[in-house]
Design a protein around this ligand. Structure first.
Ligand code: UDP
Length: 355
């Protein structure tokens, strides 16, 4: 049983669901954490993700309210289906709900993207990933850094270094993405513009952070294309800052786009400015310089190898990072060989057969 619930998880499930179904039966459950069509339905259609067998439909709510609703929905589902394994992705409320439910139901838990650490336990995502890793029987790590992080927490059994499923997705959909409308659709030229995304609590939960975000936006050199996450749009509007952001010269605020169009826009960008986990890594995969509006990252190797600079929400640090942003020619490939999904499916098959 695989549990998904939001945008990055749909992207990760696209290659892995195929690999799982090539070897066995997958019951796909959608928690409903992301319910906007532009963050959910679009991804199922575009990436040909199978229709979920079950939808918990939790919808809007506080993280704890959503967690409670997911646990209630999942408990009955897991009891009825008795899956051999419950598989969760990444670090969201959906991930945590799956982890708790699996542990309490006596179902083995498998975690895709295990071992990531930003070393900041105030981040909801860090709380989710640490808890999930400690409850998991199978831990699928994207990098040796992730394996080492787990080792430091004394997690050594069930750990598999498989590579990154987002690289699998990037390769699987590379052709389709190359045929999507590029920057020209927004009146921009390749390598001219900065692509921006922002959605995390730290950048959107307080008026102060939102004001800094607008300052950062105003200080970016050159044209900016910013597909705005619905959460960020609502928070900016509620803080009375939307109009100021929309009026900034050279800045285009647009609706979130699908994965294929986003990939096309990313590969053509001059640089990416983001607080997203997945986008930092995708920038690295496509060798586009990345500036991350946070003080920590769980994808630490992107910084170590010069793909990514951490700036927080500080306009002058962002401008300086962009002025120096360039991918070092010697930078290695960090995320495996594009066969992570096949490896995970094979390991799961062996695990289930051995039980
Ligand atoms: N993405 C997308 N459209 C957008 C912005 C992002 O398809 O307008 C994709 C992006 O390619 C990546 C994923 O969404 O695969 C990242 O999701 P998000 O930033 O919401 O979550 P995070 O990775 O931070 O958990």
């Amino acid at each position: 049983m695989s549990l998904v619930g939001n945008r990055p998880q749909f992207v990760k499930a696209a290659p892995l669901s195929r690999a799982l179904r090539a070897r066995g039966t997958e019951i796909l459950v959608h928690s409903g954490q992301h319910y906007d069509p532009e963050l959910a339905d679009l991804f199922f259609d575009e990436l040909a993700i199978p229709t979920p067998d079950h939808a918990l439909g939790v919808g809007k709510g506080t993280p704890l309210g959503q967690l409670a609703a997911m646990l209630t929905g999942l408990e009955g589902l897991v009891a009825a289906e008795r899956p051999d394994v419950l598989l969760v992705y990444g670090d969201t409320t959906t991930t945590l709900a799956g982890a708790i439910c699996a542990a309490k139901s006596g179902v083995p838990l498998a975690h895709v993207e295990a071992g990531l650490r930003a070393f900041d336990r105030t981040m909801p995502e860090e709380q989710n990933r640490v808890t999930t890793d400690h409850l998991s029987e199978l831990l699928f790590c994207p990098t040796p850094v992730a394996v080492a992080n787990l080792q430091r927490e004394a997690i050594t059994t069930g750990v598999h270094m498989v590579g990154d499923v987002m690289l699998d997705a990037a390769l699987l959909f590379a052709d389709a993405a190359a045929h999507r409308p590029g920057p020209e659709a927004y009146g921009l030229s390749p390598r001219e513009y900065i692509l921006m995304t922002v959605h995390r609590a730290a950048a959107t939960d307080t008026r102060e952070a939102l004001a800094s975000l607008v300052q950062v936006l105003g200080a970016l050199p050159g044209p900016v294309l910013f597909p705005v996450h619905p959460r960020t749009r609502t928070k900016l509007a509620d803080a009375g800052l939307w109009d100021a952001a929309a009026a900034l010269p050279g800045v285009q605020l647009v609706a979130p786009v699908g994965y294929l169009e986003f990939t096309r826009l990313l590969t053509q960008a001059r640089a990416v400015v983001t607080d997203s986990g997945g986008v930092q890594k995708e920038a690295c995969l496509h060798r586009i310089p990345c500036v991350t509006l946070r003080d920590t990252t769980e994808w630490t190797e992107t910084v170590t190898h010069g793909f990514n600079t951490l700036t927080g929400l500080d306009p002058s640090r962002v401008a300086s990072a962009l002025a120096h942003a360039a991918i070092p020619e010697s930078a290695p490939d960090l995320y495996g060989d594009g066969h992570a999904s096949a490896r995970i499916a094979e390991i799961l098959e062996r695990f289930v057969a051995a039980r």
